[in-house]
Design a protein. Structure first.
Length: 158
């Protein structure tokens, strides 16, 4: 096949990617509306959740890596969350300058409140969808994520 032509699978994947971009934008907007009264945005909620759900405190760089996000953006949001009293920094015994991000009591309460809002919303959103279909979609997305993480960036393949 000519390298400039897309295969049928590539065409289907391109359509899926366009749908994912649209879905992502709508999810972020819906998340912003859902947690606005808590003083959160989707981005703040995502970072707060990463800190809350981590097995142990992590530095900003690790949070960014796990989220697939830009470290500087995550640092800015973590700084905002710290100013709001939702997270704090603790010394990192492994690295003097890379402090660990930890949830405060206020941060835990805010995250828990966000999750109480999320449960009925996601229950309603999932109505009519089959668990098996959701699980299949997740496997496909996880496989694509693995390929993207394993291949570096697209510039390397041109």
């Amino acid at each position: 096949m000519d390298k400039t032509q897309r295969s049928p699978a590539a065409n289907a994947l391109t359509d899926l990617m366009l749908d994912l971009f649209s879905l992502n934008n709508r999810l972020l907007a819906a998340g912003d509306r859902l947690v606005a009264d808590l003083g959160l945005t989707s981005a703040r909620w995502q970072i707060l959740g990463s800190v809350a759900e981590a097995e142990r405190p992590q530095p900003v760089a690790w949070l960014a890596r796990d989220l697939g996000a830009n470290r500087q953006n995550v640092q800015r949001i973590v700084n905002d969350l710290r100013q709001e009293g939702l997270v704090a920094f603790e010394p990192n015994p492994r690295h003097r300058r890379a402090q660990l991000v930890v949830l405060t009591g206020k941060g835990r309460k805010t995250f828990d409140a966000a999750m109480r809002l999320q449960a009925p919303w996601v229950n309603e959103l999932s109505e009519g969808l089959r668990v098996k279909d959701i699980q299949t979609t997740r496997r496909v997305l996880t496989a694509l994520l693995g390929k993207l993480e394993g291949s570096g960036n697209a510039e390397e393949h041109r």
